[in-house]
Write a protein that binds this ligand. Structure first.
Ligand SMILES: [Zn+2]
Length: 431
């Protein structure tokens, strides 16, 4: 079932497409036959399923997160006894939504992560240090762990821990691979430098980044990425995944977007009307994960915005690549006629010397224009709010309100102890 030796991403396009088409038909037929939700949702489209192609797939309705949250149980296509692992995603309603995986689905996840991580050059000789959470019913850390484990690498599951704790593990194991969010790994590297333990930086050759994107629209490294790579003297690879789609895409050694795995998912980029857009154009990422047993999805709307890259890759894979996530559809702000995503603000703020932490708050005003407030802490006391506003205007062409606050207050807002990742965007438009 999981053929590591014959990956579709290396085959000629037509051959990979034919193999994917057969898997797509099987998958949609399985969802229709076994998932009460899809039995209902696809009832009017039953005739299309036996002859489904990548093109006619777009005639099927999409599934969004709110449907998944409100009708959660009816997505389950296997008896509960067959469920092995359950992940909770925060969803849109505030109530955690359960994503259930059978043993087969967990093995599929391991295969996905294994071929993804091999793609960026990780081998059985590597020693990986995990700095993201493996428990609390989250999937990301578990997935990376399964990938490293089944590649045959050595894994240290240190998880969410202090920089001192990671340094201790590093002294004993000398990891060659780090896995975690870029912000924390930057902090860890700086700590090692400042505490006279630079020698611990030397063994690390690859950094697998979860969460934040590493590149801009032109695929150039963001300033935070360049800094992370410089501190560690290692290469950083971006990964994209979400718990519902049970699929992840990791950059190959070329560091130019995450290769799609045709045997595991069909990825479409769609416009506001749900129509597929060509490679290079930005739209919402819609994923149909293949070969899923417990909770199959057909055309799941991730809410994330990105684009496909359809150019040959120096690594030899033939599959198209997914670019960086440029923003979340729900986070789009309209400021006096200009459309902008939070990520565009952070790219300016994170690269600006003298700025410590920063976050955005957006409120809706009566004139149908969003009002954005940028709150920052400064490490250079001479930096003024007006200078920061000017730096933002130079790139974004809008004038946000800039407020300077203490480092403690800004960090307190960003790092909510109950959340597993820092939060820098506060949307108060629907309140
Ligand atoms: Zn490649």
């Amino acid at each position: 079932m999981w053929d590591d030796q014959r990956l579709l991403e290396f085959l000629p396009r037509a051959e990979a497409a034919a193999a994917q088409r057969a898997l797509l038909r099987d998958h949609v037929a399985y969802a229709f036959a076994n998932s009460p939700f899809y039995r209902r949702k696809l009832a009017a489209f039953a005739d299309l399923i036996p002859d489904l192609t990548e093109d006619t797939l777009s005639e099927l309705p999409m599934t969004d997160k709110s449907e998944f949250a409100t009708e959660n149980e009816s997505f389950l296509a296997t008896p509960m006894q067959q469920v092995t692992d359950t992940v909770f995603s925060s969803g849109t309603t505030g109530n955690p939504t359960a994503v259930m995986y059978s043993r087969h689905d967990v093995e599929r996840l391991a295969f996905n992560e294994r071929i993804s991580l091999r793609g960026c050059g990780i081998t059985a000789d590597d020693i990986g240090l995990m700095t993201c959470t493996l428990d609390r019913c989250f999937v990301a850390g578990f997935a990376y762990y399964l990938g490293l484990l089944t590649i045959g690498a050595t894994v240290a599951r240190n998880g969410i821990a202090s920089v001192q704790s990671h340094a201790q593990v590093m002294r004993r194991l000398r990891p060659t691979v780090l896995v975690g969010v870029p912000g924390f790994l930057t902090k860890l590297g700086l700590y090692l430098r400042e505490s006279g333990q630079e020698n611990l930086l030397e063994s690390v050759r690859k950094i697998v980044c979860a969460g934040d994107p590493l590149r801009d629209r032109e695929m150039n490294p963001l300033p935070v990425t360049a800094r992370l790579e410089a501190i560690w003297g290692a290469k950083a690879y971006s990964t994209y995944a979400s718990s519902e789609i049970i699929s992840s895409f990791c950059e190959c050694t070329a560091q130019r977007g995450g290769h799609l795995h045709p045997e595991l998912a069909v990825v479409e980029i769609v416009d506001d009307q749900g129509k597929r857009v060509p490679a290079g154009e930005v739209g919402e990422v819609v994923v149909t994960p293949l070969k899923i047993e417990s909770m199959p999805f057909v055309r799941f709307r991730t809410g994330d915005l990105s684009f496909l890259i359809d150019e040959p890759c120096s690594c030899g894979r033939t599959s198209v690549r997914l670019g960086p996530i440029l923003g979340r559809k729900a986070q789009l702000m309209k400021v006096r006629g200009t459309s902008v995503y939070p990520a565009a603000f952070f790219q300016v703020l994170d690269a600006h010397p003298g700025i410590g932490g920063s976050y955005l708050t957006v409120r809706g005003d009566k004139n149908l224009s969003d009002e954005v407030t940028v709150t920052v802490s400064v490490t250079d006391a001479s930096l003024t709010a007006a200078e920061i506003a000017e730096a933002l205007h130079a790139v974004l062409r809008i004038h946000p309100t800039v407020v300077i606050d203490t480092a403690e207050n800004v960090a307190g807002k960003i790092f909510d102890p109950l959340s597993h990742k820092p939060r820098r965007f506060f949307d108060e438009r629907n309140k």
